[in-house]
Design a protein around this ligand. Structure first.
Ligand code: GLN
Length: 238
């Protein structure tokens, strides 16, 4: 794509985007523009093949049927898999972390093959994980606690090639009692944090932007309203 514009792919917002997860694309675009970087969002719907040439991709959560449609589409048009293989950053929220794994089982016990971008599998838990989620990140470049709202029946188990994104301080994360949240593998990050996650976690937004732009440094942004939102959401999880 054009060198002067950052292209953010919002993948399947028509079927995956519960709790305003599409806001993650808006935040990436806005935080780029505030640094004087041109940025544009490309919405990829069920009517479109998935392009492999965008700079960064975000996917949101979904209920079981919509999640199934998304899985089929991403399998049929493997642009996301090619983009990830080329090192483009991908952020996958909730149902999307499940779709990007090897397989997931729906709450009715049906097993669906995923697209295997993340070494993980998901099976229904005895009870739904719902509520505020707070974690301490475990990857280099992130130091601030991460916060989100989780609501999932599926419980996710990581394989050896996926590392957790964070250690759970409050809430359930991947699976109740497991103490781990999210998955990181190559340029792909999966998490159960709705919120939208990047509104609550600007450090994570800038981490992804740096990867997408191929830079180690971004000009700091002074946004008191974002700091206030963070304080409120972190306090809500205590
Ligand atoms: N349907 C999935 C589950 O319940 C994901 C839900 C979501 O994305 N909020 O596990």
């Amino acid at each position: 794509m054009s060198e002067s514009t950052l292209h953010v792919g919002l993948v399947l917002p028509d079927v995956m985007g519960t709790y305003g997860d599409g806001g993650n694309a808006l935040i990436l675009r806005q935080r780029a523009r505030m640094r004087g970087i041109n940025a544009a969002i490309t919405e990829i719907t069920l009517d479109d093949p998935v392009p492999e040439s965008l700079d960064i991709y975000v996917l949101g959560g979904a209920e079981d049927y919509a999640q199934r449609l998304a899985t089929r589409h991403l399998t049929r048009y493997p642009g996301l898999q090619r983009a990830a293989a080329a090192g483009r950053p991908v952020l996958a929220i909730c149902a999307a972390i499940q779709v990007l794994g090897h397989w997931y089982e729906t709450s009715s016990g049906e097993r669906v093959e995923g697209i295997s971008l993340l070494d993980l599998t998901t099976a229904p838990q005895a009870r739904r994980s719902i509520g505020e989620l707070i974690t301490q990140p475990r990857i280099a470049g992130l130091t601030q606690p991460l916060s989100g709202f989780e609501n999932h029946r599926g419980g996710t188990t990581l394989g050896p090639d996926a590392r957790p994104l964070g250690t759970v301080r409050h809430g359930d994360g991947n699976v109740a009692g497991g103490g781990l949240e999210g998955a990181v593998q190559g340029s792909v990050i999966g998490t159960y944090m709705h919120g939208p996650a990047l509104a609550r976690n600007p450090e994570l937004a800038d981490y992804l932007l740096k990867q997408a732009l191929g830079t180690d440094v971004l000009a700091p942004l002074n946004l008191p309203e974002v700091d206030q939102l963070r304080r409120e959401r972190l306090a809500a999880g205590r």
